[in-house]
Structures are given as structure tokens and as C-alpha cells.
Design a protein around this ligand. Structure first.
Ligand SMILES: [Zn+2]
Ligand SMILES: [Zn+2]
Length: 178
């Protein structure tokens, strides 16, 4: 990749048509007749009466590309992960396992469950409470919330179980190939 004459860390996008030096976004001038020029030759041409346009006047959002721009596609030998499909399944399984573990570790997500358990305790001990009826009602509501929270957890666990089976099956059948 060629870098700009004036900005060693910018990618050159054009060359001056007079001196052929490489130029980046910030250094590329246009003459009225469409010629691409460096600042020096643009100003020179301007003196001879031709209208020229500085980079700032034709592009308000100048964004020179950095030579070491991480968004540029990296060559294949620098790819972050290498492996066959079986390796990939293993990586996928680890990621999914970690994700499900993290969701269970999320304390906020477990709060409804805790409230359900506390509600159950409240119902069981209601006869000792000052107002047993109110305690039973509150306990029942807590248990209901806890059960509601269980539904997505059960669905989630079931989904991951099925996915794990699928991954194991796919990886196994992949290994049987030639
Ligand atoms: Zn030039
Ligand atoms: Zn430049």
C-alpha cells in the first residue's frame, strides 16, 4: 500500500498529475478541468487563472485512511481463529456454555426465583404470622412470580440442551467423513 507524500501514515488515494507524488484525502486538490493535483501544483495552476478546489471545499467529511487501520481486511494468515469444522463446533459449544452460565450467574435474573422461594417459606409459616391470610396471599404472588421466571429458564435450558445434542451429532458425523 502506498502512503501519502505528506502524511506517511495515510493511504494514498490519488497521484498528482504533474509531479506524480502519492496523495491522501487531505492533500488531493482538484482543478476545474478535473485534474488531480498536489497543493503545490494546484496553487501553481491557480496562478495561471484556472480555478482549483482544495480538499476542504469539495469534501466536508475528510477521513483519510490510516495505513494501520484495523478496519482494513487483514490478510488470511492473520485470521484470529484457525481450525477445522470440529474445532469450530467445540469453540461454539464453549461460547454457548459460557453464555448460559453467565445468564444464570446474572443475579438480577435469579431474583424472581429467590422471591418465589421466600414466598413458599412465607406460605409455610403463615400460621405464625400476625395476619395469616395476607401473608398467604403475598406468598402466593411471590411463588407465582418465581414460577413465571422459571418458564424462560426451562425454555432456555431446553434450547441449549437441543443445541448441544445437535453440535455433538454434527461433530461426530463430521469425523466419520474421509
Ligand atoms: Zn504535484
Ligand atoms: Zn496527505
Amino acid at each position: 500500500m502506498e502512503s501519502c507524500t505528506f502524511h506517511p501514515d495515510h493511504v494514498a488515494i490519488e497521484h498528482c498529475e504533474t509531479c506524480h507524488r502519492p496523495l491522501c484525502d487531505l492533500c488531493l486538490w482538484y482543478a476545474d478541468d478535473g485534474r488531480r493535483l498536489c497543493a503545490t501544483h494546484a496553487r501553481e495552476l491557480e496562478k495561471s487563472g484556472v480555478e482549483v478546489h482544495s480538499p476542504e471545499t469539495y469534501d466536508e467529511a475528510l477521513q483519510p485512511v490510516e495505513i494501520n487501520d484495523p478496519t482494513l481486511p487483514s490478510p488470511p494468515d492473520r485470521a484470529p481463529y484457525r481450525g477445522n469444522s470440529t474445532d469450530l463446533y467445540a469453540v461454539l459449544a464453549v461460547v454457548m456454555g459460557a453464555t448460559s452460565l453467565a445468564s444464570c450467574m446474572g443475579f438480577a435474573y435469579c431474583l424472581p426465583l429467590i422471591s418465589g422461594i421466600l414466598g413458599l417459606v412465607a406460605i409455610l409459616n403463615a400460621k405464625h404470622a400476625l395476619d395469616p391470610q395476607r401473608t398467604r396471599t403475598m406468598g402466593a404472588i411471590s411463588v407465582g412470580i418465581g414460577l413465571l421466571a422459571l418458564i424462560p429458564i426451562i425454555l432456555f435450558t431446553g434450547y441449549f440442551f437441543m443445541m448441544t445434542l445437535f453440535i455433538i451429532f454434527s461433530a461426530a458425523s463430521g469425523n466419520l467423513g474421509p
